[in-house]
Write a protein that binds this ligand. Structure first.
Ligand code: BTN
Length: 227
């Protein structure tokens, strides 16, 4: 998969979507310096230039996929495979219990555009996130150039292929999974404890003593301590 490397972009997601609209987009692009990256739930996503990976991948062959959430889960497995990391539903990648990489799936005229941010160098995690996030270098003592990381992720993603159903991805996911027992904040404000992944790839969790399946929730980190 050919990779376009840009010295700078506001968000690689927006840049790839812009190119898709022109009909002349590369399959993947990354920016050495991403100045206005965004994460899930509209949150900002930052990284240090040259020390973090900001990659976006267009997957036209997955256009109209019946279960789009599997796209982000597949990407999480690809990233976890490269860095010998773990995955937590829906698509967070963790090393030693802290977030190493995040994945954002957006659609551009029905074409999935998968954004992948990975903290590589020791300075890629802002100090205020150091309790929750980590970097490859911090955990392993080894860094990896962003372009090499991108190439390896793209190769892994291709290797995983296109799962039509959760059952096709489940064996891969289970190799990396550390979802069970993690706390989640549901969209209605209740908290749940993860029991596992259901037959559609949804989260099964225990909420106030009852078992529930949810398609959307975010990791619960507890109250944010004042800086
Ligand atoms: C998350 O919230 O965990 C997802 C973070 C996704 C960040 C990546 S960096 C490359 C791509 N461009 C963006 O603006 N966001 C994604």
């Amino acid at each position: 998969m050919s990779l376009l490397v840009l010295p700078q972009a506001a968000s690689t997601q927006d840049e790839l979507k812009r190119l898709l609209a022109t009909g002349n987009a590369p399959p993947a692009l990354m920016a050495i310096d991403q100045t206005a990256g965004r994460g899930r739930f509209g949150r900002p996503w930052s990284g240090a230039p040259g020390s973090s990976l900001a990659l976006s991948v267009a997957l036209p062959e997955w256009q109209g996929h019946q279960r789009p959430w599997l796209i982000g889960m597949s990407a999480a497995c690809a990233v976890a495979g490269v860095f010998r990391a773990k995955v937590r539903w829906p698509n967070d990648v963790h090393l030693s219990g802290r977030k190493l990489a995040g994945i954002l799936v957006e659609m551009s005229d029905g074409i999935p555009v998968v954004g992948i941010g990975v903290n590589l160098g020791i300075d890629s995690v802002p100090p205020e996130l150091a309790g929750r996030a980590t970097s490859l270098e911090r955990e392993t003592g080894k860094n990896m150039p962003p372009e090499a990381a991108a190439e390896r992720i793209l190769a892994r993603l291709k290797g995983i292929g296109l799962p039509e159903k959760w059952q096709e991805l489940a064996p891969v996911w289970s190799v990396f999974d550390e979802t069970q027992g993690k706390e989640y904040l549901l969209h209605d404000g209740r908290k749940g404890s993860a029991l596992g992944i259901g037959p559609l790839g949804e989260l099964i969790c225990s909420v106030e003593g009852e078992t529930e399946s949810v398609m959307a929730a975010e990791a619960w980190f507890g109250p944010v301590e004042p800086a």
